[in-house]
Design a binder for this molecule. Structure first.
Ligand SMILES: N[C@@H](CCC[C@H](N)C(=O)O)C(=O)O
Length: 291
């Protein structure tokens, strides 16, 4: 038995249990993670984030090889105990947790590199929260047929990798988006080898306003079920919508999710196109549980 001092936080309603374990001494089992995330019998959360030094974790070696300034690693687990490569909402909340606990500094204009299993991500503060350079992205090459409960027909999805895997599905109307029952796992055919987060999107009317693209999105997250928001999902959904909209589509997007709004921007970098995610990060309360 050990005492776990934790902080509960969220980014647009995507909620996490965070704890500091700089030297990598408190690895939770999948069973412990499931119990902590249980919304009736535990604290309740979409995932658990451990703040651990990159040098204290085998997975951190790749992060340090990529950028030796990536002192901190975001060790992310979904609420079912599975590991994920990356979490776009979680990383903003994670940086706020590091800064508020005096584990890292992030002054105006500074960049903080964070190790993740999906690669090192650079974070900056901004007026509404944090901005994350999500790095390079790619089409996964897969376009599975997607069936979701309450949607009458199967739809083609578009596979996109932004460090973790996503499949994006365009729906025809806001009514259809609301009618989908995402408590049920969408069925993908073919099923991606490592599973996928599935985002359902509809354009706002008009799609582009003042040069900014606008979409609404709901998500069923791999390993967590339906959540109020998914940062990497918002990035993938904006990329997919731009892909469908063609050459003239904007490079700046506003993505409305049930828990709030996220910003996505595509921009040319030296090594190819990067995409960044911006949004708020909140720490809600601290507590202690025995695990
Ligand atoms: N909510 C996250 C994504 C968390 C991981 C995801 N469920 C996966 O398994 O890849 C986000 O904000 O990006």
């Amino acid at each position: 038995m050990a005492e776990l001092h934790f902080t509960k936080g969220h980014g647009t309603g995507n909620d996490f249990i965070l704890y500091a374990d700089p030297d990598g001494k408190l690895t939770l089992t999948p069973e412990q993670i499931r119990a902590l995330c249980d919304r009736h019998f535990g604290i309740g959360a979409d995932g658990v984030i451990r703040a651990v030094r990159s040098r204290s974790l085998p997975d951190g070696a790749a992060a340090l090889a990529e950028d030796d300034a990536a002192e901190w690693f975001m060790d992310y687990h979904n609420s079912d105990g599975s590991v994920s490569e990356m979490c776009g909402n979680g990383i903003r909340v994670y940086v706020k947790f590091l800064v508020e606990n005096g584990l890292a500094e992030l002054g105006p204009g500074d960049t903080l590199p964070i190790g993740t299993r999906g690669g090192v991500r650079d974070i900056q503060g901004n007026a509404t929260g944090y901005q994350v350079d999500m790095g390079r992205w790619s089409l996964s090459g897969s376009e599975p047929l997607v069936r979701a409960r309450n949607l009458k027909v199967a739809r083609p999805g578009l596979g996109i990798e932004v460090g973790n895997p996503h499949v994006i599905v365009a729906l025809s109307s806001e009514e259809e988006l609301e009618s989908a029952d995402l408590a049920w796992i969408p069925v993908l055919d073919p099923e991606p080898e490592n599973g996928a987060n599935v985002e359902f999107v509809v354009p706002r009317e008009p799609l582009v306003q003042d040069g900014v693209g606008r979409i609404r999105m709901r998500v069923h997250e791999r390993g967590s079920g339906e959540t109020l928001s998914c940062g990497t999902g918002a990035v993938a959904a904006a990329l997919a919508t731009r892909h469908w909209a063609g050459e003239s589509a904007p490079s700046q997007w506003r993505v409305d999710v049930p828990g709030g709004t996220l910003g996505v921007r595509m921009w040319p970098a030296e090594d190819g196109e990067h995409v960044s995610l911006s949004g708020p990060a909140e720490l809600v309360f601290d507590g202690m549980v025995t695990v």
